[in-house]
Design a protein around this ligand. Structure first.
Ligand code: MN3
Length: 236
């Protein structure tokens, strides 16, 4: 037992050192559903608590469960982190590629999505505000372009603001649960325009949902992500 204890301590110590050196270190699967970082009603009245509960507890949970079922079929897949799965889909066996694309994408997209909400809207400040003015003209310019792009997604998908290592921002959309992370591009924030994100409150009025969503954005969190992107530590 003393030997086992020493070896365990060594392993824990080594893992701790590795983590301290590489803040981008990510765990391999099985993946876990992150808890909502606020109460389900925190985004009321713009996003109702019931929608948040169903969205997080059922939809996101299902992406995680389906992803874990797929990656545990192969020791190679089971050893991969979420960013690795997203950027190496071409290495995934044909029979699992679509499942992993949809569910790894869904897990990454929603993990980002919960983070950037729970705020009170308003406006960003500092470096992020400057980047928005530089790349979109103004915050209102960003909102208009973002809402127009989100309204134009046919069927289910996402609208994203991506961020380059130099802090430059760009607008893009993806179908289904695809993410710019699949192309090696970092996501600053994004909005889910699947009907499950808004149908209970807004029914078919996606533009109303897109407009209201800005009231719950946590700009301090988005600013943290912008800084992390420029530090090279933003992963999901
Ligand atoms: Mn969703």
């Amino acid at each position: 037992m003393p030997l086992l204890s020493r070896r365990t301590a060594f392993c824990l110590g080594a893992a701790g050192l590795a983590f301290a050196r590489d803040v981008t270190a990510q765990p391999a699967g099985p993946f876990t559903l992150p808890a909502l970082p606020y109460a389900a009603g925190a985004n009321e009245p713009h996003i109702d608590a019931r929608t948040m509960e169903i969205h997080h507890d059922r939809h996101h949970a299902a992406y995680v469960a389906n992803l874990n079922a797929a990656v545990t079929t192969s020791s190679d897949l089971a050893a991969m982190t979420l960013p690795q799965l997203l950027t190496r889909l071409n290495q995934v066996p044909d029979n699992l590629r679509t499942t992993i694309r949809n569910n790894a994408g869904g897990h990454a997209n929603h993990s980002m999505f919960w983070q950037v909400m729970g705020g009170k809207g308003g406006a960003p400040s500092g470096t992020l505000a400057q980047a928005i003015e530089r790349d979109f003209g103004s915050l209102n310019g960003l909102k208009q372009q973002f809402n127009r792009a989100g309204a134009g997604v046919f069927g289910s998908g996402w609208v994203f603001v991506t961020v380059a290592r130099d802090g430059k921002l760009a607008l893009t959309t993806r179908p289904n649960q695809d993410t710019p992370l699949m192309d090696g591009t970092m996501v600053l924030f994004g909005n889910d325009v699947w009907e499950h994100a808004y149908y209970l409150k807004y029914q078919n009025r996606r533009p109303d949902y897109l407009a209201a969503w800005w009231n719950v954005v946590d700009w301090a969190k988005v600013a943290e992500r912008h800084a992390a992107a420029m530090d090279g530590t933003l992963t999901i």
